[in-house]
Design a protein around this ligand. Structure first.
Ligand code: ACO
Length: 331
């Protein structure tokens, strides 16, 4: 093994379905209004995959773009990590489907289950593998087809979610740049706040529980909201402290796109200007593990995140879990 070295995101890509589902469309499906959805969540529209498509289709598109931008070939990859809880199938992992589609047979590949925190959890794993010298090029993907696990008759959840994928390539970078600090955590006492009750080993799918939508997301919205408001600010503060920095040093925060009111709470708690938070919640909705890489890629492409910037990623969600990372952007 070589000496410890820094790891950083060296390229990104993302992919969204073509189909747009607007709040006006949802008004025709459940008892809701554009006004309620916008004021309570900040979402105007979201992207929904076509029938027959799976998570891996979008993961592969995002990955190909990230590889192309990095001028790398699939065979250059040493590891593939996919964060998702809406994989194509329960078995095999979506990471193996991605590996097969990319054609890099032999590259290790596995999925990470940490809900909306999954992308940052996966970056933390990539960071350790690169720092320790085990691997040089790691593909990290956050992807979700939440439309497949949404109860479209439940107005409390169906207005929130969307589909999409974001991919990052992580590699060795100059000392003092790339991923500087992490804060990962979980509170398993909150397992019931956000779950898909049926479809696992405890409650296999039956005709009866399918009729009750038990194979779809069930959420205690208020409980998740309270949890999110607290851990989001705390996690940002923890990565700053670990990096020996303060809020004044932050150039951009990319928060998980769950609810604009949750993001606003961090703006207020941390006393940061709103323009230092970048989200595409309005047009993508909550895409769980995909939301941070989708927004980060958009921010980089728009020139809102530039080389040398101090960027904080922060996610929270089912588990309950949270994860933040502070990085010095490298390209
Ligand atoms: N349209 C109109 N009215 C609605 C809708 C809707 N779509 N949904 C709920 N309401 C109504 C409720 O029925 C309730 O009415 P009542 O007072 O007559 O009973 C009222 O609005 C308030 O409902 P609450 O659920 O208490 O509303 P709340 O203020 O909690 O907002 C929301 C709901 C937006 C879901 C919020 O709780 C939230 O954003 N929570 C966090 C979600 C989140 O962050 N998830 C992250 C993780 S997601 C993941 O891991 C996949």
């Amino acid at each position: 093994m070589s000496e410890l070295r820094n790891a950083g995101i060296i390229s990104m890509g993302s992919a969204l379905p073509d189909r747009v589902l607007t709040n006006a469309d949802l008004e025709k499906m459940v008892d809701t209004s554009d006004e309620w959805i916008r004021s309570m969540t900040g979402v105007r529209e979201r992207r929904i995959a076509a029938e027959g498509e799976g998570c891996s289709d979008y993961a592969v598109k995002a990955a190909r773009l990230a590889l192309e931008r990095a001028k790398l070939e699939p065979d250059d990859l040493d590891l593939i990590i996919v964060a998702t809880f809406t994989g194509d199938q329960q078995l095999p992992s979506t990471a193996c489907l991605v590996q097969s589609a990319l054609g890099c047979v032999g590259t290790p590949a596995f999925d990470v289950a940490a809900a909306c925190s999954g992308f940052v959890y996966s970056l933390a794993m990539a960071d350790v593998f690169i720092r320790s010298g085990v691997y040089n090029r790691i593909l990290v993907i956050g992807v979700e087809l939440l439309s497949s696990v949404t109860n479209w008759t439940d107005r409390g959840t169906c207005v929130l979610f969307g589909d999409g994928a974001g991919a990052a390539i992580v590699g060795p970078v100059e000392s003092g740049t790339g991923m500087i600090s992490f804060d990962l955590g979980a509170d398993g006492t909150g397992v019931d706040a956000l779950k898909i009750p049926a479809g696992g080993s405890k409650m296999p799918v039956t005709h009866e529980n399918l009729d009750e939508h038990a194979n779809k997301v069930v959420m205690a919205g208020r409980e998740v909201f309270k949890f999110a408001v607290k851990v989001q600010s705390d996690a940002i503060e923890h990565v700053l402290t670990k990096a020996g920095l303060t809020t004044d040093d932050i150039d951009m925060v990319i928060p998980h796109a769950a609810n604009i009111r949750i993001i606003d709470s961090a703006v207020n708690r941390l006393g940061l200007p709103p323009e230092k938070f970048f989200t595409n919640l309005e047009k993508c909705g909550n895409t769980s593990a995909a939301s941070i890489p989708l927004a980060l890629d958009e921010a980089v492409q728009a020139g809102k995140v530039k080389k040398g910037d101090t960027v904080v990623l922060v996610g929270f969600g089912g588990g309950l879990t949270w994860a933040a990372s502070l990085m010095k952007w490298v390209y």
